[in-house]
Design a protein around this ligand. Structure first.
Ligand SMILES: Cc1cc2nc3c(=O)[nH]c(=O)nc-3n(C[C@H](O)[C@H](O)[C@H](O)COP(=O)(O)OP(=O)(O)OC[C@H]3O[C@@H](n4cnc5c(N)ncnc54)[C@H](O)[C@@H]3O)c2cc1C
Length: 407
């Protein structure tokens, strides 16, 4: 019988397994996940679940019985240690598993801040359900929380802590939050949003050391400026790196993740990669990119599964991200990092926070990204404009009287 093995029981892995069955694959499907939990989605971990508004089960991609119904051999709590390509098998503690095709969906892990005191109780990272559980306990009124790094997870965590009544300070080396994700213009909007909720930013600073109290728990954070910040907890959110150790060990081509073509095939034609671990060729951009976003796992897992089944696949989606912070909800299509664009054009009201507007990033007169803040049902139009790769008139983009589909 043909056996397809998926390593990584997150969203990409679970969605790939679902697609294999939906497409009629009747062979063996083995899904390895090293966490104890059923495959789950991570966005609630820094939003509704962290805020105590969503149940644990609501994060699960499928309920437990679904795997048995679909005849998917889900092995939770099992870490795959190596790939033996010549034998077409993976090795895990206590056994081996042969494969005809293999999908790597091993995700990413938080970058560690390797400074003195990083191992102290009270210094936290956020990636897994137990991490979110721990923060839920910590975030109670009056606690002093230092967030190190203000990317998406840092800001969402800061919002949750602030809503819970904590005193929140954010240390950020760049001049704004989300500097590399959105650039300084929109970063400033998120500064204003958080400041309106009492969060304090210290730009140009990071954590130099974590100091323990008499009980050996975190007591304060020494900022790089020399300032000592009393702290009950510090959440380090300085980005994530791909879990590409298995691929490295197997000598696959790697560069910021597992390199794949547009069909999500790695340098070994029987091994595929999807989700946060994959650095895939995106025809739209004409280069390989690693996209650490929910929708890339949601759609990339199924695309890889179809490719494993021998279908013609060209994975070519506009990168898409969303966030919820306080009363701001937004979606962003495209990759508007500094250096990628020449100007930002706005439609709508961003004079106050959260605002109701769309931001458009232009490069050489073409739309490379668009972000809608508390404005809905415009993503398809924004993505169509990005895909079109044609020059657009900024004044028409800015004019709310002109439908986006007619810009
Ligand atoms: C707190 C948080 C909030 C987020 N919020 C948003 C959001 O609002 N919007 C958005 O677009 N994106 C968000 N993201 C990003 C999004 O969740 C990720 O892009 C998505 O989880 C990637 O899915 P994945 O399946 O590729 O990897 P993962 O979800 O990381 O799953 C990979 C799994 O494989 C396991 N694994 C790794 N190595 C092995 C091995 N050797 N053997 C067995 N198992 C292994 C890992 O432990 C993990 O369980 C958020 C991420 C986090 C952490």
């Amino acid at each position: 019988m043909t056996t397809f093995v998926i390593v990584g029981g997150g969203l990409a892995g679970a969605k790939a397994a679902e697609t294999l069955r939906a497409e009629g694959f009747t062979g063996e499907v083995v899904l390895f996940g090293d966490e104890q939990e059923l495959p789950y989605e991570r966005p609630p971990l820094s939003k509704d679940y962290l805020l105590g508004k969503a149940k644990r089960e609501s994060a699960f991609v499928h309920p437990a019985e679904w795997y048995a119904e679909q005849n998917i051999d889900l092995r939770t709590g099992v870490s795959v240690a190596a790939i033996e390509r010549s034998e077409h098998r993976v090795i895990f503690e206590g056994g081996t598993q042969g494969y005809d095709k293999l999908l790597l969906a091993t995700g990413a892990s938080p970058r560690r801040l390797e400074v003195p005191g990083e191992a102290l109780d009270g210094v936290r990272y956020l990636r897994k359900l137990p991490d979110s559980d721990a923060l839920r306990e910590i975030f109670t009124g009056g606690r002093r929380v230092v967030v190190v790094g203000s990317g998406w997870i840092g800001l969402e965590t800061a919002a949750a802590a602030s809503i819970a009544g904590c005193e929140v300070t954010v240390l950020e080396p760049q001049p704004t939050p989300l500097y590399y994700a959105l650039g300084p213009e929109l970063g400033a909007h998120f500064t204003a949003l958080h400041e309106a909720h009492g969060v304090q930013f210290r730009f140009g600073e990071t954590a130099a050391e974590f100091h323990g109290d008499a009980a050996g728990r975190l007591g304060s954070v020494l900022a790089s400026s020399g300032q000592v910040l009393p702290a009950d907890a510090a959440i380090v959110s300085i980005g994530a790196g791909p879990n590409d150790g298995l691929a490295r060990g197997a000598d696959l081509d790697i560069s910021n993740g597992v390199l794949t073509d547009a069909a999500l095939r790695s340098s070994d034609p029987d091994i595929y990669a999807a989700g946060d671990v994959a650095c895939s060729f995106l025809p739209l951009l004409g280069r390989n990119v690693r996209v650490e976003h929910w929708s890339n796992a949601l759609n990339g897992g199924p695309a890889a599964a179809r490719s494993m089944l021998g279908q013609q696949v060209e994975y070519n989606r506009v990168p898409y991200f969303y966030t919820d912070q306080y009363d701001l909800g937004m979606e962003c299509s495209g990759l508007p990092s500094p250096g990628n664009y020449d100007e930002v054009v706005y439609r709508g009201d961003r004079s106050s926070v959260p605002g109701e507007f769309i931001a458009f990033w232009l490069k050489d007169g073409r739309l490379i990204a668009g972000m809608n803040v508390n404005v809905w049902d415009v993503t398809d139009d924004i993505q169509a404009l990005v895909r079109s790769d044609r020059t657009v008139d900024p004044s028409r983009l800015a004019d709310p009287a002109i439908p986006l589909s007619e810009v």
